[in-house]
Design a protein around this ligand. Structure first.
Ligand code: MTE
Length: 329
């Protein structure tokens, strides 16, 4: 599926992101590669055209190989080259761990083992999953999605996970369920962000929400991996939301609770600044943020320079109108 016009000449061919035909094996850590920290960003992900190096400390934060995961052909081409992992995994928003983009080191304090994800509320089968339940019960696949932050930076990210609607089929929301609320891990003893001045008064824990129909859309995804490996903590290990037609803040990280509810739930940014961060938060170039235009976006790590900030036009629904426009007719 190609959503966009053919890439211009300066774009290189898309790398294969994970090798197919090998087996899913958790807990196998490629210590030697990581120790060397050589070319790991792309090499571990199946061989990118560019050779690059990654800071060895950053390389140590990457997850364990997720083998035997096939790419979903419908999402094999996002119309842009995937962002190199050295950029995507070191330029993050995760306010629980600080207010800058450089939180990958402090995010390593996130405790992920054991992990429990409670699914509750207006469902026939409330269930609490541990991570093994999730990865055994739901078939994992890889999808290369465009990612657009409300701050106007953009990436292309190869996620591994499963469609949210597979989880809905398991828990069976009742007819009364109209919205879904997602809650991130929060413990002020281990997440320094909330103790910092700027974040002390934010409405922790981080929460996000979707309508039930949005959650049932084919695109809505739970990621447990990225770039061929389990999710690094800075990306929201061990499981996070990915909603590619919406601004990135809708994708709550490190989720511990999913509640099916009747009314639109309060959410983190929308509670804080409702005129800046709407509940719906679809990518819409003609709807400016009160403090900046959304007509253009800047690609993180597009060139071999750290951040080239090459500007591209923003596309309605981030290019996914074919899948989601019907939700908003
Ligand atoms: N989830 C939690 N729990 N805390 C956060 O601060 N930031 C959001 C979203 N999910 C955030 C979060 C924002 S603003 C963005 S743009 C994306 O995560 C960034 O995801 P990435 O760091 O994996 O690129």
């Amino acid at each position: 599926m190609v959503f966009f016009k053919a890439p211009p000449d300066w774009q290189r061919p898309h790398p294969r992101v994970t090798s197919e035909g090998v087996f899913w094996r958790r807990r196998r850590f490629m210590t030697s590669l990581i120790g060397a920290g050589v070319g790991l960003a792309a090499a571990s992900a199946g061989g990118c055209q560019r050779s690059t190096t990654m800071d060895a400390d950053l390389a140590r934060t990457l997850g364990e190989p997720l083998l035997g995961v096939s790419r979903n052909r419908a999402f094999a081409d996002a119309g842009r080259e995937p962002t190199l992992q050295q950029y995507a995994s070191s330029y993050n928003n995760f306010y629980e761990f600080g207010g800058s983009k450089n939180i990958w080191a402090s995010a390593q304090a996130l405790p992920v083992d054991p992990w429990r994800l409670e699914v509750t509320g207006l469902v026939k089968n409330p269930t609490t999953y541990d991570l093994d339940d999730l990865t055994r019960r739901f078939d994992l696949e890889e999808r290369i999605y465009r990612f657009r932050c409300v701050e106007a930076w953009a990436m292309v990210v190869p996620w591994i996970g499963f469609p949210m609607r597979a989880l809905m089929a398991a828990v069976e929301p009742t007819a009364a369920a109209k919205y879904v609320r997602f809650t991130s891990f929060y413990d002020s003893a281990v997440t320094p962000g909330p103790n910092l001045g700027f974040a002390r008064n934010l409405p922790w824990p981080y929460t996000e929400g979707l309508t039930v129909d949005e959650m049932a859309n084919e695109l809505a995804f739970f990621a447990v991996g990225v770039y061929g490996r389990t999710l690094p903590k800075q990306h929201g290990a061990p499981i996070r939301m990915v909603v590619p037609w919406k601004y990135g803040f809708k994708g709550a990280k490190s989720i511990v609770k999913i509640e099916f509810v009747a009314e639109q739930p309060a959410t983190f940014w929308n509670t804080l600044t409702p005129n800046e961060y709407k509940f719906e938060a679809n990518v819409e170039p003609d709807v400016p943020h009160p403090r900046w235009s959304q007509k253009k976006e800047r690609l993180v790590g597009e060139s071999t320079a750290l951040f080239s900030w090459e500007e591209q036009p923003t596309v309605i629904y981030n290019g996914y109108g074919e899948w989601v426009a019907g939700l908003y007719g």
